[in-house]
Ligand binder design. Structure first.
Ligand code: KG4
Ligand code: ZN
Length: 332
């Protein structure tokens, strides 16, 4: 199956051509092309994503990327497009573009869930999936923070999620407090390299609650108050201590989820999975628990369309069909 995938849920316009084969237990993917056009420079002066600017840029970029991709439409079996979660005006641009292509080339069109794309993104590397289940997935992005327990690739349940800010959002907001440019995650990571991760003892909200839920808004506020009360604080120490605190909470809950569910492996995915200290911490945790772990290569952590193709392919086994309409708050 050759899938033409389209992603426009936030500030990256993505178009990919992916070949998929195999069954639900052993899917195989070949990324023929994965184009991403980033809007970071456009949104940067505003310190965050402006939905209507994102919409305008997607409308401009989609035909440009399609021309660049120049796919042999005869060979495309299906078109897949993200329908949620994300910014609705942005999502609609992808859906409308996909509908026009589907009509013009008489191809089937399927809607996909962006977070399922993140979840399946590790499959793009075709790792060996032998004995990986049950698995625990830590899904961390700009809009979501959750822990899933997976029975196999097509069955899972949500063990917990954030009650307020997503962890990526907290990185972005703390970056803004430190006067770092948008998006804040990579900037915090860079600055943190020059700081001491245990310099400041920030609170670890909900770390010891029995559930698998998170709260990052309190941590963000603690950083705000710390900066207010310590105007001469070394910014690198603030970044490093904030990052360490966030990682500690994520790892602590992931450890417990893995232990309680008897997991054979860990999956780390979503934009924040691009954070090297977090990747290292998951690696260390997997070693401690003597289980495998899966982290997609850097190119597939932040938003892209190749991961959307994996979700479209796996949906065929899940008998899952999404309505072709934008749903900003779509769950998993
Ligand atoms: O998955 P993603 O590209 O978009 C959403 O679905 O939200 O995730 C974007 C988020 C942003 O909050 C960004 O700051 C964060 O991922 N991020 C990082 C890093 N790279 C991206 N956070 C921490 N460290 C990074 N290196
Ligand atoms: Zn995303």
């Amino acid at each position: 199956m050759r899938i033409l995938a389209i992603e426009t849920s936030c500030d990256e316009t993505g178009l990919a051509l992916v070949e998929a084969r195999g069954n639900a237990r052993a899917p195989k993917f070949k990324v023929l092309e994965n184009l991403v056009s980033s809007q970071i420079k456009i949104h940067r002066p505003f310190g965050g994503v402006v939905p209507n600017l994102a919409k305008r840029e997607h409308i401009k970029n989609l035909p440009i990327l399609f021309k660049k991709l120049n796919p042999d439409m005869e060979k495309v079996s299906t078109i897949a497009v993200t329908v949620g979660p994300g910014l609705e005006p942005a999502l609609w641009t992808g859906i409308t573009f996909a509908q026009e292509l589907a009509k013009q080339y008489k191809k089937p069109l399927v809607g996909t869930n962006h977070m399922e794309g993140h979840l399946y993104s590790f499959l793009l590397e075709n790792p060996s999936l032998k004995n990986m289940f049950p698995a625990v997935a830590l899904v961390v992005s700009g809009g979501h923070t959750m822990i899933l327990s997976l029975k196999d690739l097509t069955h899972w349940k949500k063990l917990g999620e954030t009650c307020d800010d997503a962890v990526g959002e907290a990185f972005d907001k703390v970056a803004r407090m430190l006067k770092l440019p948008y998006p804040g995650g990579p900037e915090i990571e860079k600055l943190a390299r020059k700081g001491e991760p245990h310099a400041i003892n920030f609170p670890r909200p909900m770390m010891y609650t029995k559930n698998f839920d998170f709260s990052f808004s309190g941590l963000k506020t603690a950083v705000l108050y710390y900066l207010r009360d310590n105007p001469k604080a070394k910014k690198a120490d603030v970044a490093a201590s904030f990052q360490q605190t966030a990682i500690d909470v994520l790892i602590h809950k992931t450890r417990r989820a893995a232990q309680e569910s008897g997991a054979n492996s860990l999956i780390l995915c979503g934009g924040v999975a691009a954070n090297t200290p977090l990747r290292n911490a998951i690696n260390t945790l997997a070693k401690e628990l003597r289980i495998a772990h899966f982290v997609p290569p850097f190119a597939y952590n932040t938003d892209n369309a190749a991961m959307i193709a994996t979700a479209a392919y796996m949906d065929t086994f899940r008998k899952k069909k999404y309505k072709l309409a934008a749903r900003g708050d779509m769950g998993m």
